[in-house]
Write a protein that binds this ligand. Sequence first.
Ligand SMILES: Cc1cc2nc3c(=O)[nH]c(=O)nc-3n(C[C@H](O)[C@H](O)[C@H](O)COP(=O)(O)O)c2cc1C
Length: 397
Amino acid sequence: MTQRRLARCHSVADLRRAAKRRLPRAVFDFADGGAEDETTMQRNSTGFDRYDLLPRTLVDVADVRLATTVLGQPVEFPVILAPTGMTRLFHPDGESGVARAAHRAGTIYTLSAMSSTSVEDLGAATSGPNWFQIYVWRDRGVVREFFSRCRESGYHALCLTVDVPVLGQRERDLRNGMTMPPRLTASAILDAALHPNWWWRFLTNRRPTFENVVGRGDAGRADASVLGTYVNSQFDPSVTWDDLAWMVSEWEGPFAVKGISRPEDARRAADLGVDGVIVSNHGGRQLDTAIGALDALPAIVAAVDGAVEIILDGGVRRGTDVVKALALGARGCMIGRSYLYGLAAGGEPGVERSLELLRTEIRRALALVGCPDVADLDMTFLRERVDAARVPAHAVH
Ligand SMILES: Cc1cc2nc3c(=O)[nH]c(=O)nc-3n(C[C@H](O)[C@H](O)[C@H](O)COP(=O)(O)O)c2cc1C
């Protein structure tokens, strides 16, 4: 997509529509979909509608400040990029393109353990700041190796994802027969006629695979289906708080735990010495009907009482979403699909566009709500809507 056409995308929703046109259905659904009935994925979005903004008037907003810090790292606006596996599937610019766009925008990129670019290649392709997202794999030796690989490549922080004791089920992927890597079946060939650019790029670039684990598993083979089997075998459903404590002490640097929904879990993570808690349900891709991320936020903010930074992850598509999350006590927000739509629509410049849109929206929302500094957002800028569904029937006349 050309810069001119990207400039005609005026919201993340526009980028999503552009991504949908460009990607084969199975690839679009792999990003866009959630677990089972996608109830939690929807709750992540509708959670923001539960709050009205209460604008304060006649405030000098000539100079609006968006800059803050996240886990000690300065960012130009309070949005950081969540880890997403297999990013090169959406566009060959992949993880490196996304990270470069993030850094140019003045923010942090988080590389997934399941990335299609290795820790080292991303470190070499960008000057950071980068975080690395990790799982506690069965083979703790591999985990230790990741620590030293990340240190050598200059990653600032580690982010442990804890909401995947087992894999959730995304039914769109099952219905689409989504495989990793996509196969050239009869229907894929038909699809190629509808999405020739994507297929051309896919077939003429290095195939996406789980680059961080190439050489492991079956006789050192590198294709995604073989490595996928290896990676799946490494998910350890017996991981507990002791493993988190072990990781925090081994890493000896800024550490965030991602996938927390309960206040007492957030408190426990804080007591174990993490620096950040990422309130998240994996973008609704794991346990369906789990609490929406924003719905979980207030109780967690109250429970940790400033002991650690809280990051809200899930459903962020608008600047006003970020403003609401910060008003409820989050330090910043993570975005996943919002930048993937940009990547699919237009590669690295598409990611840049998604970040520019969000940043502009946050700036405008702060000015309109009468809060010239993100640091000053608080509950007084919000009013929780009265949910008609929660009013007992006898009270409705
Ligand atoms: C295609 C895709 C791949 C993802 N892969 C990972 C991953 O490897 N590790 C992880 O912790 N989260 C992963 N996530 C979840 C994101 O980090 C993030 O929690 C989620 O996208 C937030 O919701 P949002 O997309 O509504 O912003 C993935 C999400 C998507 C859409």
